[in-house]
Design a protein around this ligand. Sequence first.
Ligand SMILES: Cc1cc2nc3c(=O)[nH]c(=O)nc-3n(C[C@H](O)[C@H](O)[C@H](O)COP(=O)(O)OP(=O)(O)OC[C@H]3O[C@@H](n4cnc5c(N)ncnc54)[C@H](O)[C@@H]3O)c2cc1C
Length: 250
Amino acid sequence: MIDSEKYASAVVVSRRDFAPDLWVIRVKPETELPFRPGQYVTIGLPRNGRVIERPYSICSSPTEEAIELFIERVPDGELSTPLYELQVGAEMVVRRRTKGLFLRDAPVTGQPHVFVATVTGIAPFVSYLRTLAGKARNGEPAPDPVMALQGASRSEELGYAEELRALDAEFDWFTYVPTVSRPWEDPGWDGELGRVEDVLRKHADSAGVRPGHGGVFLCGHPGMIATARAIMRRRGLSDKEIREEQYWPD
Ligand SMILES: Cc1cc2nc3c(=O)[nH]c(=O)nc-3n(C[C@H](O)[C@H](O)[C@H](O)COP(=O)(O)OP(=O)(O)OC[C@H]3O[C@@H](n4cnc5c(N)ncnc54)[C@H](O)[C@@H]3O)c2cc1C
């Protein structure tokens, strides 16, 4: 029996597959689910008398009707494996409260910031950028400079690359830098090379991030976060200037 005070049901309204094991779904909960860009929703599937649930960062902007999620299927993952089977029309449950403090302090007015993501770690930044873009299109003043660095093994895993390239072309305040770490498996790729943490320092410098001026926001793989944090600490940034959302434990 599902606790209806805790959970609402939600229906998958669309699905887009990017690469093997990487896909985007849009889900419509039966209830309002208010959130801020940068927050996550906990979704679940009932299995054997209990709900298997995990948090997922929200990609959509709060003004959109559906909740959009960018998900990676983890080998033998307890939830991501059955989630991968869900097609349009399938049902799941969502916790009625969204959570998370990531990006709560962005933007730091008058200062540049760099968003750093591994693959699905781009999700909270997409929500934030869609929201900023919506405001800019409505005539609000241009926000402070934002750069998004997104790393993947191959370019097919760079979900949202097209959307982010279009934002980069539309707005002076936004720069998108995708980077690929296995170019030998991706012969057509002519963009940035290396893991996102390998190219972070030079791009953060070029964005104007320095101690006491701007900050970096790291999201996704725990190994990337640990390395990127150490690199930015060596650059002189304080803990307050380095924010992180880690998707699983080290
Ligand atoms: C705040 C927050 C936001 C998150 N947002 C997203 C998101 O937007 N998209 C997304 O796909 N996931 C996201 N995650 C991870 C997600 O919650 C699950 O951990 C993931 O889907 C695996 O769940 P599972 O039940 O399939 O695997 P489990 O059976 O729980 O885990 C198996 C093991 O796989 C490892 N693992 C977990 N995730 C990954 C991964 N992506 N790659 C490699 N190994 C992994 C861990 O070591 C874990 O112990 C987020 C996690 C947190 C804490």
